[in-house]
Design a binder for this molecule. Sequence first.
Ligand SMILES: [Zn+2]
Length: 284
Amino acid sequence: MELQGIDFHVHLRDKETVQALGARAHQQARYFGQELKTVSVDELADEYRARRMRAVLMNSSDITTSGVHPVPNDHIAEVVRRHPDVFIGFGAVDPWQGRVAQDEIKRCAEELGLAGIGELNPGRQKFYPNDRRFYPLWEEAAAQQLVVLFHSGFMASGAGTPGGMGFKLDAGRPIPYLDDIAADFPELTIVGAHPSWPWSEENLAVARHKSNFYIDLSGWAPKYFPESLVRHVNSILQDKCLFGSDWPALTPERWTAEFDQLGIKPEVRRKVMLDNARRVLRLP
Ligand SMILES: [Zn+2]
């Protein structure tokens, strides 16, 4: 089987995960105009096998600010062990847990065999990544050679509710919050997730300036990609952009169908779909 792509941004919707998400899963499904349904990990693995794609699974934790207990990282590790041909796992941490979060990052690498940390969502987790209090976390991730993936730009969390459920958008700005840590941790691989509207240009600038910073193109229908994003993907940032769907928000079918209408060069398409992710994840 020749691999066609690595979907860099996928969330589980199995029974355990949906239960842990509680009301939040309903709000997000509503926002995307979807019905909330569970998909077992075996079904999801089969769907990706049929697409000849692999998937990077991620979750997030904001237990200190929301009181919502996330599915333990052991769950994602178990899912990866069950379908190692398809899944690659990232671990979730709540930065406000400090030393506990730092130890969890270490455990994700050493015990759980996960490949990264994410999705961190500064807006929803109510933290600024460049706050020095969180630097020990990025230091640990760098030491463990874990990729760290941050949500950037507009977020579905809270969208369409009064006050956006209290979440503020500015923490999702790439500059300075992600640019600072990319500068201060040159050995850390950072992914700024999503086209980062309304700060798309900032994401592009950081990716162009810092070789350790990548963009995943997930969670945003490619037909709405800003023209400058398409131009950068097709030229100077062709080695820095990663295919991602943000399933269940978007399906890989919709994403690729729309992406293929953007006039991306075939050799660039292959990099975005596959080769760049392989390099970021250090896959053979
Ligand atoms: Zn996100």
